[in-house]
Write a protein that binds this ligand. Structure first.
Ligand code: PFF
Length: 458
């Protein structure tokens, strides 16, 4: 197969730009909204350690595999997998893995965009100073008022999707790259400022650090492992082809392992820093981090911002941070299916437009499941929003990741992998990685799945 030199969708202008875009994809609501409340609900540090283990043993090898597949295929995940499978002489059914990924991306963005909409609403509220002096009741009323209004949630969800569409439609370089170049440095500065405040002014920094790093393993159940694994995939944007399609735009001479190490390092650091920014101020205000669940950053934090010195400014900074992180992740969820439709011969406008429309429509039931359809329970006992979140992040992403690891580890020639990675097939680090994608990552996912099914008597 003659291999194209670059993707038809364009390329990042450098390896650094790829790292910025992929970190933008990875760092999102998963780090700033989901991670803190999951830590709080799953017993603190014990969860953090299991999560870190999943990142290192499963996430890191798979992210390298995803980038490698993407750059080798240089197209959307569906077409990349098809052309690689053909070139490697293996079954074309592997294309289905690309479809699984596109389906997961669409499903995830449907509910992600609803929460993305909340971040826009809270950013607007922060600018009006609405949190000042807000007590527990007013804060729950604000969140309840937003989510209980079908019109409001759908409106903010629509705005969020329009924003993503507006960025993706412009293209890889002029749309996505430009957005991450603007937002990512800002994000870093804000996060550091917030952690600095937690350290210097809250008086509860040590308590927060102990909560995050001193484990109590008695709270661990088989579900803790499954949740931590799902979170590891979710936070690294793995298992659905988002990182694969970003890898397709990585210039040929840039190093994949180095980029992967940076992305994983920055994503993990951001999650831990988010914990170190949020828990000190929550504890200092005498609040319980776990009780609000997913409401932690929307119900609990506004109360805190309403009480502390500089609360108005801190709130503005925090919700801009949250919204910016959600936007740079959201675009990466829209890109794989957009790239696929463009490859079918459509324009980017039609591609991005149709995908965004489908996702917008699917997001409506997710938005309504918190108000007019809140009594509706799907099999498994959760509502529409909860089911979408559980099925996509906890089942589809690890399954996609497992298949990506098996495909690259067992079905591709080692020579092809080494060539794409730019290493010699005898290189020790390369062999370690190969061992990890062949054995450690797949076994890790399978064991955690079996464990949560109660096979080991949990
Ligand atoms: N990694 C993003 C976050 O942590 O918020 C969510 C995400 C983006 C998941 C892109 C999957 C994906 F493909």
């Amino acid at each position: 197969m003659a291999k194209a030199q670059r993707s038809e969708h364009g390329e990042w202008s450098s390896g650094l730009m790829f790292v910025l875009a992929a970190t933008g994809s990875a760092v999102g609501l998963g780090n700033l909204w989901r991670f803190p409340y999951q830590v709080a609900q799953n017993g603190g540090a014990a969860f953090v350690f299991i999560y870190l283990l999943c990142i290192m043993l499963v996430g890191l090898p798979i992210i390298v595999a995803e980038i490698t597949l993407g750059r080798r295929g240089k197209q959307s995940p569906i077409n990349s997998l098809r052309s690689i499978a053909m070139a490697e002489g293996v079954s074309r059914y592997w294309t289905l893995l690309g479809w699984l990924g596109v389906a997961s991306g669409v499903l995830i963005l449907s509910f992600y965009s609803v929460v993305g909409g909340w971040t826009l609403y809270y950013t607007a509220q922060a600018f009006t100073g609405a949190f000042q002096g807000m007590g527990v009741e007013a804060a729950s009323e604000m969140f309840g008022g937003l989510t209980a209004s079908p019109w409001a949630v759908v409106l903010w969800h629509t705005l969020f999707m329009l924003l993503l569409f507006g960025i993706v439609v412009v293209g890889v370089r002029d749309g996505i790259q430009r957005t991450v170049t603007l937002l990512m440095p800002m994000l870093l500065v804000i996060l550091v400022l917030l952690v600095g405040y937690g350290m210097a002014a809250s008086g509860s920094f040590n308590e927060a650090a102990l909560f995050l790093f001193q484990p109590d393993y008695t709270a661990v159940t088989p579900d803790t492992f499954l949740t931590a694994l799902g979170q590891a995939f979710f936070t690294l944007s793995l298992g659905l082809g988002a990182i694969m399609v970003y890898g397709a735009y990585l210039p040929q001479n840039e190093s994949i392992p180095n980029s992967a190490a940076w992305i994983v390092g920055m994503d993990t650091a951001t999650a831990l820093l988010a914990g170190l920014a949020i828990f000190p101020i929550v504890f200092a205000a005498g609040m319980d981090a776990g009780s609000g669940g997913p409401g932690l950053v929307f119900k609990t934090l506004p109360i805190v911002f309403g009480e502390i010195p500089f609360g108005v400014i801190l709130a503005i900074l925090f919700y801009i941070l949250l919204a910016a992180a959600a936007i740079t992740s959201g675009v990466s969820l829209l890109e794989p299916a957009t790239a696929y439709l463009t490859e079918k011969g459509g324009s980017r406008l039609v591609g991005a437009g149709s995908v965004a429309l489908v996702i917008w429509l699917l997001g409506i039931p997710a938005a309504l499941s918190q108000n007019i359809w809140s009594d509706l329970k799907l099999p498994g006992g959760q509502g529409i929003f909860g089911t979408m979140e559980f099925v996509s992040t906890t089942i589809m992403l690890p399954l996609g990741g497992l298949l990506i690891a098996l495909f690259s580890g067992w079905f591709m020639r080692s020579a092809s992998l080494a060539k794409e990675l730019g290493v010699n097939p005898g290189n020790t680090l390369y062999l370690l990685w190969l061992f990890a994608v062949r054995f450690i990552a797949p076994l890790g996912v399978i064991l955690i799945f079996l464990n949560s099914l109660g096979v080991f008597g949990g």
